[in-house]
Design a binder for this molecule. Structure first.
Ligand code: GLN
Length: 309
């Protein structure tokens, strides 16, 4: 897909880039620590195929937590919402994304929502298939369809790096297994989850996925319904209430669009009925969101009055 470099966007990227020095690249997954903290790029994809960009939009990054909203869409389609929401809740937590605290203090250990790690692990657990490879390939094919890019794959290096260090995610899984919510062995689940988080793409692909959510599940090129509109609606609602971790409230006030971030520094935005956004800026704030990416969205939202509220 051709994406035109745009001067107004470029100016906003340069302004937002000043914030990268205040952030820090995630290194609790060692392979992510290799990213260049100064990077910042954006692509905006419109329903008619127009695409505007700024920065090095060819650079690839892993989805990390952005994958949570896509795997949610996938299991909602496979299992239906009753099955899914019996096992994972719909409420924001106000806690960091990897917190175990609420699992222990709630009467039922069910994770509060699918955007925190505990809930995302539950969702990945629900992906059907006989082996990790089969389950992963089915999810990957769905993502290739959303991004209209059959070459989208995963980074073996990042997956391996997270697999070797995912002790806290293992703890969350064992806790959920103890309470009967997770029924499979934990190692294959961590294998699947770390591969899911390591799915790799560039800003263009991410903006292309964003527009499918923005257009209620419809592929803007073929007009095909890639996911039911109700699934897209549920996902966008989670993006608003929990998509930016425990900064989702502030993000809704300052920016006001459905968005999902990942610790790689990616942010996917879906402006309902208007366009999809893909951002990459690996320097993160304390909460784990791209610090310059958020600034860039703030500039965009103010300038083009994007807030849906
Ligand atoms: N793979 C990461 C983890 O589970 C994803 C977290 C994130 O992007 N916030 O820790």
């Amino acid at each position: 897909m051709a994406c035109k470099s745009n001067e107004a966007l470029q100016a906003m990227v340069e302004e937002a880039r000043n914030w990268t020095t205040k952030g820090k690249v995630a290194d609790y997954i060692p392979a992510l620590g290799l990213a260049n903290p100064d990077d910042l790029s954006i692509a905006i994809h419109y329903p008619n195929g127009d695409c505007f960009s700024a920065g090095n939009i060819e650079k690839k990054f892993t989805l990390q937590s952005i994958s949570k909203v896509i795997s949610l869409a996938f299991v909602l389609m496979e299992r239906g919402k009753e099955y899914v929401f019996e096992r994972v809740g719909m409420e924001p937590t106000g806690d960091p994304f990897n917190s175990i605290a609420k699992l222990e203090t709630m009467a039922v250990a069910k994770p509060l929502n699918p955007m925190i790690n505990a809930g995302a692990l539950m969702v990945t657990h629900m992906i059907e298939g006989d082996s990790v490879a089969e389950r992963f390939n089915r999810l990957l094919a769905f993502i290739q369809g959303l991004s209209a890019d059959s070459k989208v794959s995963f980074s073996k290096e990042v997956a391996q790096s997270e697999y070797e260090t995912a002790h806290l995610n293992r703890s969350l899984c064992y806790f959920l297994k103890e309470h009967g919510l997770i029924e499979e062995e934990i190692e294959p689940l961590i294998d699947l989850y770390t591969k899911q988080c390591a799915i790799e793409m560039n800003c263009l692909d991410l903006a292309r996925i964003g527009i499918v959510f923005a257009m209620d599940g419809v592929d803007p090129e073929s007009g095909k319904q890639l996911m039911p509109s109700e699934v897209a609606r549920i996902c966008k609602t989670f993006m608003v209430t929990c998509g930016m971790y425990n900064a989702s409230g502030e993000f809704a006030i300052k920016i006001g669009i459905p968005a999902k971030s990942g610790v790689s520094g990616g942010i996917m935005g879906a402006v309902p009925g208007k366009f999809g956004i893909g951002i990459f800026g690996p320097a993160l704030d304390d909460i784990g969101n791209s610090i310059a990416g958020i600034k860039l969205l703030e500039l965009l939202s103010k300038r083009y009055r994007l807030s849906m509220f």
